[in-house]
Design a protein around this ligand. Sequence first.
Ligand code: SF4
Length: 438
Amino acid sequence: MSLLAYVETYGCQMNVADTEIVLGLLQGAGYQRTHDPAAADVILINTCAVREKAVERVWGRASTLATYKARRPNVVLGITGCMAEHLRDQVRARAPFVDLVVGPDGYRRLLAHIEEARAGVKIDDTVLDPDETYQGLDPARAATGTVVGSIAVQRGCDRFCSFCVVPYTRGRERGTAPDEVLRQARALVAAGGKEVRLLGQTVTSYRHGDVDFASLLQALAGIDGLERIRFMSPYPLGFSEDVIAVMAGSSKICKHVHLPLQSASDTVLARMKRGYSFGQYRDLVRALRTALPDVAITTDLLVGFCGESEEEFADILRALPELRFDNAFTFAYSERPHTLAARTMPDNVPAEVKQRRLAQVIDLQRQITGEIHAAQVGRCERVLLETPSRRSPDELLGRTDSFRSVIVPAGARAKLGAFVDVKIERANPATLFGSPSP
Ligand code: SF4
């Protein structure tokens, strides 16, 4: 009987991709994935340290999952990912029952660690490896299915924004070798994949030897059978004209750009150490919309950062109607240990003010997204059907080129993995609904 592995994932797409690498390793060693922690021989929590809420949730889950270990002492329980890296001392203090603490650069050694842990050794592997790109390891593609696959083309981050833990948890930037990216993309196509998502913390600054991001995109666009290429997330600096030109020149490269703004106030951006002004950001948005008239631009916004005044916050409320993002991920600032902000700037915006500002931004963006979605009604969109819909077994969820979610009734043409032309019939701020056009 094969051993069973249960993996719970928190955080960003990069962490989801890391879970696929971990599952690929486990499956190669004969494990099968289970969604029942009570049946698992190995339980891993692949964690995120970017926000305090996610960290608190993991402490709770670790205690709950430890009860399965208490019933079956041979079970190996591990915490992996960014929290393992960033809060390793706290993990030992707050969750002493955990067998493995493995950071994002330690997965190659995971199978050996599991064996040692089974023999009673407590494992700590949180050394950052500036060269680790997981070359040669095949992801299990269990989390995203086979229609769409992710490839981490760049790991780590060199930017050190003052609020962010990523450079501390994932180390410095390094690009995956282009041959390896192409190998993984071809393997995805051979397994039935239609779309690849290229991941990196500042993905447009990808470089490996002489190959930059524009040339990587061009090489991927040459793969037969690969029909869509997306990337996330670019950084507002270093988004080159070459990348924009390659996007404009290839119908395979999706016209969707997730471009984190964070704040529209120059003084807040300076305290965040983002390195750009609102004007520079706006110029990039204009350049993208000029070169790619149908481009959908989404963003990240962080409210309540250290010292954010009402006037600084109001810059965000003025920017949203001007830039009209397709959508925005919005967050209230929470201090992360060891960052520049935590060391040098008081977290002095009261919690209720942060929540009020967050609600204002969410409301305004929801209204704008609703208007953009309403304008899609009546249009015909090419949709890749990615997964069954959660609402009904008779419906499928797909995405437009611009990354809008579309619900479509399943049918003879509307099958998982198929591209269909869909007439958009109705919309709300979260989703479009339509039917295959005759
Ligand atoms: S660019 Fe800034 S916010 Fe993004 S991962 Fe790097 S340090 Fe964090």
